[in-house]
Write a protein that binds this ligand. Sequence first.
Ligand code: MLT
Length: 271
Amino acid sequence: MENRTISINNKIISYKIAGEGECVILLHGFGEDSNVWQDQAYFLKSNYTVIMPDVPGSGYSELTDDVSMEAIAAVVKEILDSEDIEKVVLIGHSMGGYATLAFAEKYSEMLKGFGLFHSLATADNDEKKIVRRKGIDFIKKYGAKTFLEMQPGNLFAEQTRDNNPSVINQFLKSYQPFSNKSLIEYYEAMIARPDRTHVLKDSKVPVLFVAGEKDAIIPMDAVVKQIPLVSISNVHILSNSGHMGMLEEPNEANKAIEDFLLQVNGYTAAI
Ligand code: MLT
């Protein structure tokens, strides 16, 4: 796995790249960085080129002036241009999924398929916006570190918290520290993002949905309601996962992504 950087408006944008073959981009969510996809990268790299960007303000990427979903999509486009890659599969976790939809809206010709991993195409409702505003006030008062340390209760299924605390400890330890500003800007950007269900309805390429049965942030039922909007879908329910299926059930998550890549790249899985 190699770390590479590009510069956008004099800010360093970092990404990891591994493997060879057709390209899949794995885009992390809020309060994470590219490390969240480590298991998937090791699994996929023997057959695919896997690119895992650090969203601006996360990991080793500097915060840029704009972290709207459209701007994050534009960062992904710049990375692809710098690697001379014209066609990809893009899979985003949660906030990364919102940016994936913005990418699909603007650069649909570059996509062979895209995936919403614990993510949705609808915008925040008023209730969600109020929760985010409270989160912003909390971060301003107590700081990003304290805020993130309180998240595992929401992020992980009870089963993971009880039986696999090392996954959670590792999760909390493995990220570069976040600035208050980065987290606040992500929240503002998520509040401002529009509904993109039309992207699902208009998609001419296969769409992957991965949902966690115990997800308290993106409820499985809400994901399931979006599936009929899409003409070619690939659906995986992770029955023992909350919001972090790539860590809570890594083998199942790997298989879900591989299955989708086989579908998109037109192979038939060996029986
Ligand atoms: C994420 O995991 O990216 C966020 O929890 C998404 C959200 O809050 O909507």
